[in-house]
Design a protein around this ligand. Structure first.
Ligand SMILES: Nc1ncnc2c1ncn2[C@@H]1O[C@H](COP(=O)(O)OP(=O)(O)OP(=O)(O)O)[C@@H](O)[C@H]1O
Ligand SMILES: [Mg+2]
Length: 346
């Protein structure tokens, strides 16, 4: 049996969720106070599906992904529920957590080179992950590492496995990270901005590779990015995050064609447009506020062209704006009254 067959899961987008996050909040202790950085996040990823988590810098994407992986710093606490293959992770510790974290979910980070140890060959590092996952001898683990390098498209994998990270380009390091993540045969891959440190051509290659590996292995992928263009290209569904909350979530086609939140409209407006000049690229005036400056009510209101009195009321409900069978939800007090697509102009 080939490695891909051995690892393969059920068909895309079907089956029970590999990841089910519901009502998850994250607090970080800053000085003597607990500050809520991420609030009431709910997300589902099914086998073979790619779900985007998109938002500007500082919106809480990394904190969300670290919380799901239970890799938050010790001054953080998590509320709500994170289920991986139906099992609750919140409240587990140490060995219990390791039993799920390695084998069932893996994460790749924004800067691959910083996640690799410069003192060991890339082959040794992937083989070590294999050995941590399965009790095999060194030679078997090394062979497996070479197979994984082949799977992620590293040319001449047998020879390249003996190289050190500094001998690899950024794109190749990201492939090594992906091989390392796959060494544990996870069903869920969380990729935090896996391409932002890379140039555009290599970005496309890495995204295509993730898609290819996913299709072959039936992985569920949570892809974190600030770029709606990437979401359009590779995701089935996406959640748009602003100031620690999900403002809109739904199938990618709905986010683009039936945009329900002015923030999503702003991100769409800020996408580079090949027809317009790059220097005319739109942007949303203002910035994401830091967590200690979140306002009551809608946090986007200070930047929103539609802001009205009702936006200041706390507890804006999540509304279902689905048209088809797939759920499309928005958290906007003026949903239904406004046309977000008209929010931003040049
Ligand atoms: N350990 C921490 N202590 C205090 N504040 C933190 C900590 N980690 C993150 N934050 C704050 O939480 C907010 C969300 O940060 P996060 O890194 O999740 O954003 P992001 O969406 O991943 O941004 P980027 O696109 O720049 O990676 C930011 O305001 C950040 O300063
Ligand atoms: Mg981040």
């Amino acid at each position: 049996m080939t490695l891909a067959q051995e690892l393969s899961g059920p068909a895309a987008g079907t089956g029970d969720p590999v990841l089910e996050v519901s009502g998850m909040s994250v607090d970080i202790r800053i000085d003597r106070d607990w500050v809520r950085i991420v609030e009431d996040v709910s997300l589902t990823v099914r086998p073979g599906e790619t779900v985007g988590l998109v938002g500007e810098s500082g919106s809480g994407k990394t904190v969300t992904s670290l919380a799901i992986m239970h890799l938050l710093p010790p001054n953080a606490r998590i509320h709500g529920s994170v289920r991986v293959n139906g099992r609750e992770l919140v409240g587990l510790r140490g060995r219990e957590l390791d039993r799920i974290r390695g084998p069932e979910m893996a994460m790749i980070f924004q800067e691959p080179r910083r996640s690799l140890n410069p003192a060991f060959t890339v082959g040794d590092q992937v083989a070590e992950s294999v050995r941590r996952h399965r009790r095999t001898d060194r030679r078997t683990a090394w062979r497996r590492a070479v197979e994984l390098f082949d799977l992620v498209g590293i040319p001449d994998p047998g020879r390249r496995a003996s190289a050190y990270p500094h001998e690899f380009s950024g794109g190749m390091c990201q492939r090594v990270m992906l091989a390392m993540a796959l060494a544990c045969e996870p069903q869920l891959l969380i990729a935090d901005e896996p391409t932002t440190a890379l140039d555009v051509t290599v970005q496309r290659q890495v995204l295509a590779l993730i898609g290819e590996v996913q299709e072959r292995l039936g992985l569920g992928v949570l892809l974190i990015t600030h770029d709606l263009g990437v979401v359009a290209e590779v995701c089935d569904r996406a959640a748009v995050m602003y100031a620690g909350r999900i403002s809109e979530q739904g199938p990618v086609t709905d986010l683009f064609d039936r945009t329900a939140h002015p923030y999503t409209a702003g991100l769409l407006h800020a996408m580079p447009d090949p027809v317009r000049h790059a220097d005319r690229m739109g942007s949303i005036p203002g910035m994401v506020p830091p967590p200690d400056q979140f306002v009551d009510g809608c946090r986007f209101a200070p930047r929103c062209p539609f802001a009205a009195d009702e936006c200041a009321a706390p507890g804006i409900a999540l509304r279902d704006v689905s048209v088809g069978a797939h759920e499309h939800t928005v958290r906007c007090a003026r949903s239904g009254e406004i046309r977000p697509a008209e929010a931003f102009h040049d």
